[in-house]
Design a protein around this ligand. Structure first.
Ligand code: AMP
Ligand code: MN
Ligand code: MN
Ligand code: MN
Length: 286
């Protein structure tokens, strides 16, 4: 696989909605044989320094990364940035604005959930979020599970938190071109995350890919925790047709909530050009 045996280019720590601290993510990845890992917390880079420190001197190369929330055609799209300068001033400022929007959204979500009879959701979700600036729907879902109302996080999403459900609130995230621009401005490579997860028509998906590439987006997740084998094949075809770099991405959040462990994804189809072909010759430190 172009110099790396087991790359995993998308995962979360407790700086967003993952369960492990950044250093623990690196330790688990190492134990699983990952040799190239990107930590990609939602709208947040505050875990990168801890992850870099944990990876130093080990067999694992840590790529600073981020997963940026974007609004597109009424759907939330995620753009992963890889090998970013996580101190880039424009990127840092943009992510701070996105996190401020999250706090405001969390209040509105809590109000909606209260209308459904679920009380104390904001305090409950905040208590579960290790980063006060990063309350995600996952924290709301975990709180609702903790009250005993629902058996698991997936059921909470199906009933309350997925798009259009009673606890869902509309929210304006970033603009696609801006998100790709912040990543590129920080020296990074932009990758479209889990494309099969978006509820877009064929026309809308084409427009998304056209605009993503026109903005300078270069990669797409093909193999990952979010994709079935059929979805993997579908987006392998997209990568071939559009000459996109292909990524392999567990999207690991924690053992209880992730189908695929760190480094546990299937290999990429052999003929695709892997995203990490870009990272083979580059020096380890910037
Ligand atoms: P947010 O960025 O706050 O809207 O939260 C999105 C996060 O919620 C995702 O990154 C997942 O961690 C989690 N999530 C979204 N949909 C589901 C689902 N159907 N089941 C479980 N977790 C989900
Ligand atoms: Mn998440
Ligand atoms: Mn995502
Ligand atoms: Mn993710």
């Amino acid at each position: 696989m172009s110099g790396f045996r087991n790359p995993d280019l998308h995962c979360h720590s407790n700086r967003s909605d993952g369960f492990l601290a950044p250093g623990q993510v690196v330790e688990r990845a190492l134990a699983n044989g990952v040799d190239l890992l990107a930590l990609t917390d939602h709208d947040e880079v505050s875990g990168i320094d801890e992850a870099l420190a944990a990876a130093e001197g080990t067999a694992l190369r840590l790529l600073p990364g981020v997963e940026i929330s974007v609004s597109f055609a009424g759907e939330t799209i995620h753009i992963v940035g890889l090998d970013i300068d996580h101190r880039d001033a424009d990127l840092v400022a943009a992510l701070r604005d996105l996190r401020a929007g999250r706090s405001e959204r969390a209040s509105r979500m809590s109000d909606e959930l209260a209308r459904c009879g679920i009380r104390g959701a904001l305090a409950g979700a905040r208590a579960l979020a290790r980063n006060p600036e990063l309350v995600s729907r996952a924290h709301f879902a975990r709180y609702i599970v903790s009250t005993g109302l629902m058996p698991d996080v997936k059921t909470v999403f199906d009933h309350y938190l997925a798009t259009g459900k009673p606890g869902y609130v509309e929210h304006q995230w970033s603009v696609l071109e801006d998100a790709v621009g912040w990543i590129r401005g920080a020296g990074g490579l932009a990758v479209l995350a889990h494309p099969a997860r978006y509820r877009l028509s064929a026309t809308q998906m084409k427009a998304l890919l056209d605009r993503f590439q026109a903005a300078g987006g270069e990669g797409i997740e093909v193999v990952g925790g979010a994709h079935t084998p059929e979805e993997m094949q579908r987006f392998a075809t997209v990568a071939r047709q559009r000459h996109l770099l292909a990524s392999r991405a567990s999207d690991f959040h924690g053992v209880d909530e992730s189908r695929v462990d760190l480094g546990g994804c299937n290999p990429l189809p052999q003929d695709l050009v892997p995203v990490w072909s870009r990272f083979c010759e580059v020096a380890q430190t910037r």
